[in-house]
Design a protein around this ligand. Structure first.
Ligand SMILES: [Zn+2]
Length: 324
């Protein structure tokens, strides 16, 4: 990512037009085929006062969607803005920043990664700068480091020129348990979870409105992907049901605002079925291949992208449950 300190500039009037010129130059210089979409603001919906969400497409990352397959959001307080998940590429991150700038000139003080998956955290480069602190789970740097090469190779393959400028940017502020951030008369409560969807899941609650950003601890419509612990995720779902003060949830994938706690039901049913049927397969002495071919198949019609992820989910579950 070229070192544009983009964040905070618009506090000065006139900065917006300079940003436009900069965006155009960047697009022409670096982004090739994706230039036309480079700095167009992402379309966002205001789901509660001062809370805006972009809904990711139920697709794999492509040059056309710029890796924009996860839900992203931002919350505007009295003095500052927090972005929650930065997107699937630097280009998508810049479009998210443009969406922020359409609503407010306040500085983006925090960019919070709900976990390290590329569709959520590869937009960090668009927010890197002196005015923004990137925030993540204490385990996030390790996970991002371990996968950096794979993620960037995969993105370059999927996006081509549109991946330009995307780099791995680590969070500077790490959360081990809970952390409160003040946006100016608006408190965000962050919570780091034990291994579940990944081993670096972080959630954000806007206390004022009860809006809960669950990251990929909550999937709707798109089939959940297990990259942490199946048993841990089911424990986390039980824990989520006990969390106080939640009125609505922004899932990592799916409708941008969903009723609580009903939004947990489909995912819990799917994960529990994987647990029960994988345990049964193990007890019956079935091989990994046999388990993959049979477990949770009854869920196939209920989820998008089921065929892309179910096999891997069952294999992960099989390995996890094999020695219990
Ligand atoms: Zn994820």
């Amino acid at each position: 990512m070229p070192s544009f300190a983009r964040v905070g500039e618009p506090e000065r009037p006139g900065a917006l037009s300079r940003r436009g010129a900069l965006g155009a130059a960047l697009a022409l210089g670096l982004l090739g085929g994706a230039a036309s979409a480079a700095d167009d603001p992402l379309p966002v919906t205001e789901i509660a006062p001062g809370i805006f969400v972009f809904q990711g497409a139920h697709e794999e990352a492509t040059a056309a969607n710029l890796g924009g397959i996860a839900n992203l959001g931002f919350i505007i307080g009295g003095a500052a803005v927090a972005v929650i998940d930065t997107g699937g590429s630097a280009a998508e991150g810049r479009r998210l920043l443009a969406a922020v700038r359409r609503q407010t000139a306040l500085p983006v003080r925090w960019a919070i990664d709900t976990h390290f998956h590329p569709d959520h955290a590869l937009g960090n480069a668009a927010f890197a700068g002196p005015d923004t602190t990137i925030v993540g789970h204490a385990n996030l740097p390790r996970g991002l480091d371990a996968r950096a090469g794979t993620y960037l190779d995969g993105l370059n393959q999927a996006l081509g020129n549109a991946a330009a400028g995307t780099t791995i940017v680590e969070p500077m502020l790490l959360v081990r348990d809970r952390l409160s951030l003040d946006l100016g008369g608006r408190a965000l409560e962050l919570k780091a979870w034990p291994p579940a969807h990944t081993d670096a899941d972080l959630t954000v609650l806007d206390s004022a409105t009860g809006t809960f950003f669950a990251g990929d601890l909550v999937f709707l419509q798109r089939v959940p992907a297990i990259d942490g612990s199946l048993r841990g995720w089911l424990d986390a779902i039980a824990g989520l049901r006990r969390e106080a003060g939640i009125a609505r949830v922004v899932p990592g994938h799916g409708p941008p605002s969903a009723p609580w706690p009903g939004a947990l039901d489909d995912e819990e049913r799917y994960l529990r079925l994987i647990l029960d049927e994988t345990r049964a397969a193990l007890a019956a002495g079935r091989s990994l291949d046999q388990a993959v071919a049979t477990v949770a198949r009854s869920e196939r019609g209920r989820w998008l992208l089921f065929d892309d992820y179910n096999d891997r989910n069952v294999a992960t579950a099989y390995t996890e449950l094999e020695w219990e």
